[in-house]
Design a protein around this ligand. Structure first.
Ligand code: ADP
Ligand SMILES: Cc1cn([C@H]2C[C@H](O)[C@@H](COP(=O)(O)O)O2)c(=O)[nH]c1=O
Ligand code: ZN
Length: 183
């Protein structure tokens, strides 16, 4: 049987990594063969772990390019999990397809949009080929409603790729974004 491609997306703090790691746990309980990957650019929580904003973490393989995934897995794997896919090159899309054809489930988590409201290309392309899309929302840090779909930058521009957390970004809803833009 072929594998399934699942993409978990949404703004920062929406629970993407939490959801990704809950899938890892399900496969691990079932004693399945799995591997977790993370791009090298995201150095927030230490070098060889994927961590949620609440501090829950699992061991991960650090990769600079998507092609490194193929060097680290064999056909015996049941599933692979990749966090922060917005930081990886678009070759990940072909790799995800290839692995799914080989019967390996592929779980990807990543931002859909940058703070400039532009789609991250790798996430966008993965969404196009996904079997399952999970779109998460965060709590808006302006109005307190659970409908934030945007990551808003609260410090001067450090470029579209700019690793950080609450020191740089908040999650906000469209209504609050509209308000912020009009002030
Ligand atoms: N604005 C927010 N909305 C929702 N959760 C938030 C917010 N700010 C901080 N959190 C915390 O972040 C956790 C989700 O973290 P994580 O899964 O790492 O999210 P993501 O990977 O989408 O950034 C939540 O369980 C909550 O404790
Ligand atoms: C919006 C936005 C975010 N980033 C960075 C900031 C963080 O390091 C990650 C997102 O982490 P999370 O697990 O989703 O909270 O991406 C960026 O580089 N550029 C952006 O526009
Ligand atoms: Zn709001």
């Amino acid at each position: 049987m072929t594998g399934k491609i699942t993409v978990i997306t949404g703004p920062m703090y929406s629970g993407k990594t939490t959801e990704l790691l809950s899938f890892v746990e399900i496969y691990n309980i079932g004693k399945k063969k799995t591997l977790v990957f993370k791009p090298a650019v995201d150095n927030r929580y230490g070098h060889d772990i994927v961590s949620t904003h609440t501090g829950f973490s699992v061991k991960a393989e650090i990769i600079a390019r998507a092609s490194e995934i193929m060097k680290k897995i064999t056909p015996e794997f049941d599933a692979i999990f990749i966090d922060e896919v917005q930081f990886l090159d678009t070759e990940l899309v072909e790799i995800a397809k290839k692995l799914a054809f080989q019967g390996i489930d592929v779980y990807c988590a990543g931002l859909d949009m940058s703070y400039l409201e532009k789609p991250f290309e790798t996430t966008a392309r993965l969404l196009a080929i996904a079997d399952v899309v999970i779109k998460k929302k965060a709590v808006c840090e302006k109005c307190g409603e659970h409908r934030a779909t945007y990551s808003y930058k609260i410090v001067p521009d450090g470029g579209e790729i700019d690793v950080g957390g609450k020191d740089k970004y908040i999650a906000i809803c469209r209504d609050c974004l509209k308000q912020l833009k009009s002030t």
